[in-house]
Design a binder for this molecule. Sequence first.
Ligand SMILES: Cc1cc2nc3c(=O)[nH]c(=O)nc-3n(C[C@H](O)[C@H](O)[C@H](O)COP(=O)(O)OP(=O)(O)OC[C@H]3O[C@@H](n4cnc5c(N)ncnc54)[C@H](O)[C@@H]3O)c2cc1C
Length: 459
Amino acid sequence: MEQPQTVQTQLSNQKKRVVVVGGGPTGTLIALYLAQMDWQVSVYERRRAEPEPSSRRSYNIVLNERGLKALQQAGVELPSAKQVILQGNVRHTPKGTTLSKGFANSVSIDRYTLAQSLIEEGKHRFPHKIQYHFQQTLHQVNLKEKIALFQGELGEHQQEFHLLIGADGVFSTVRSAMEAQIQGFQVQQNRDNMMFKICQLGLAKDLPGATETWASCFHTWPSVQPITLLAPPKTDGSLNGVLILPQEGEITYEQIQTEETVAELFAKKFPDIFPELDQKGLPSGFAQDLLGQKAAYGGVTTICTGFEGGDGVVLLGDAAHSVWPSLGQGCNVALESCRIFAETLAQAQGDLTVALPSYTMIRKPDTDAIARLSEIGFGGNKRATNILFFAKIIAFVFLNKLFPMWFQKFALFQIGNAEVSYLQIWQQVQVQNRQLLIILIGFICLFALILILILGMHQ
Ligand SMILES: Cc1cc2nc3c(=O)[nH]c(=O)nc-3n(C[C@H](O)[C@H](O)[C@H](O)COP(=O)(O)OP(=O)(O)OC[C@H]3O[C@@H](n4cnc5c(N)ncnc54)[C@H](O)[C@@H]3O)c2cc1C
């Protein structure tokens, strides 16, 4: 029997209620996409609405074409005052500095500022479709009954949902609920044994040999592996450092416990950052700020058997597919996933029974690929692997120049190209590994042949 039009409309509107857990880049972007498609969205975030700047240690994220395309398609234009458009990459080595075009046209933006900008956009464009709730921590979910339980300052609050989106990061509570309640749903996580802290490195223009361009460049110190210092620029011309140390070995955060050890680390490993350290010491508050932080895990890859459970829950962003930071892709993948999820949902005309499994089918090959790519990305965290890895890059730069018809550019150089999927890049890496193996076997055979000929001539 046909239902009257009004009842159908009412039902479909009721079905469009979504609860997003997590107000990071993923949760705030997917809220915009869904509101655009006429869903009623409630975003729940455990942090305060506007934490004191001193109480948060945010870091800058570099967004390439993938992340930027996802923002653009949701109609988001990041305010120019809140981002730095990168002009290149400055590599600091004991032999001096080199400026390359790497990272050019990518954008450096503070993670908190990115999420906050997306929230402001949501409040402005969809005041009746998106509600943001802060200081609300998801505690429990009953996936069968479709009820989520949040804990806030004023007590507990139950929220019913038609669709629950877990955008609650690498240690997701939604994902844990799925593991406990969905048969066959499994998660694998792999840590890279690195720990990181954030440090403010001062103005780029004050570094020895600096040019004006340096304030809009990504800075790296590649020759101190396995210690890693990455420093994207901030809008005020200063550098926001991420200092990554191994969990075991000569220099770890367990050993860096006093102001003297912090000074020694910078004097030995990064002498160009504070060139007057011997005379003036570290800038005021620098060591205390570093020592006051709890070291966080540097990289975790998360691989789930799927992203959805029935027609009521789906994981997005780091909760679904976090990666190691080696390729600077975590947020780019996360934002790209929002775009692809929204496209899949639109194609299924909002039918969750179709859209959710389709999304897993479409997206998982790519997110599995970037997880694997991030684990090999720029040599992993072992020095020996790095040397071989960089030799491979150089070999492919030459081979591509000499024989472009047989050898493509080094596959990982495509990582920021939104038109090439992560799976295609992974497959290209496999092809290039096989090509190198064939060349190596060819060289060994040639060498053996020459040796046999020489020995034969001497008999
Ligand atoms: C040092 C560092 C540098 C990085 N640099 C880059 C880079 O250059 N480029 C790049 O692409 N990626 C980068 N990343 C990765 C990037 O930060 C993440 O991939 C991205 O933040 C993922 O966004 P998300 O919203 O999925 O998760 P998150 O950013 O982790 O956000 C999850 C949100 O959920 C909230 N939450 C968690 N649990 C609950 C709960 N139970 N209830 C309510 N709320 C909850 C959290 O408070 C948080 O706000 C970097 C990561 C680190 C650590």
